[in-house]
Design a protein around this ligand. Sequence first.
Ligand code: RIB
Ligand code: CA
Length: 314
Amino acid sequence: MARKIIIDTDPGQDDAVAILLALASPELDILGITCVAGNVPLALTQRNARIICELAGRPDVPVFAGASRPMVRSLVTAEHVHGKTGLNGPELWEPGMPLRKEHAVDFIVKTLRTNRDGAVTLCVLGPLTNIALALIKAPDIAEHIHEIVLMGGGSFEGGNVTPAAEFNIYVDPHAAKVVFSAGIPLVVMPLDLTHQTLTTRDRVARFAGMGSKVGSFTAEMLGFFERFDMEKYGSAGAPLHDPNVIAYLLRPEIYGGREVNIEIETESMLTLGMTVVDWWRVSGRGANATFMREVDDHAFFNLLFERFESFVDS
Ligand code: RIB
Ligand code: CA
């Protein structure tokens, strides 16, 4: 029986790779893709999600628009990383598949109320606004969530948008605080982990060499996406953040981490959006998340290559 998931996302080239990995994996049953403002405004993230579904030949996947801004703060975007479109690199098109009329938050609530008893996993690739709003609107859904696997936060690796904060948490720290205190099983893929999965030249070339539209599109996305981080970190490639969320569902054994307490800073302007990770368990606060720090990056990319090879041009 395929595992039921909802992907909440702000595509974003790395989100796009994560969505394609999920679409190429029969172990997963994508009930819907819910979009949120983040890397670029909502009008673009929901458009980009539909472009990716069409690229994969899956216009049947329901795509929903959710929150157009964070719960309290004003929206901060990342065009400098992802480009104006959010998917700079390849040529884009106006998607033909419709955006569903239902609000993403209503879809999340309805889906969890009709798939009860822990049947659904939430895969969260952007700011947590939609998830927090769903939990506030319908607290009863918390018990029906199997677990939330999210890309966000950082500890020993610091932040990527301020010295203390990672982008997804920084954009909506209040939403993150709601989610991290909801008592739902959380698996966190932080910068400490995603900075180990780098899109090196030969890995990007591997996508380009697949001889498929998806392979070429992915190589062109990554070719654009990596330039900012390679310059910033002086690394041999860019961290491919979001696909780690989906890869965890498929190959949990390639990841390692620890059950710890994680709190979210929502007051201090200096450290707003920081994930305060009690790695050495000194606070006495109860564990509320699994903070992942190890990954077999070769196994991660081999999984990506193996699944992306399955995309063949019709
Ligand atoms: O900090 C990296 C995260 O922020 C990724 O999810 C990327 O897509 C952006 O949303
Ligand atoms: Ca993202």
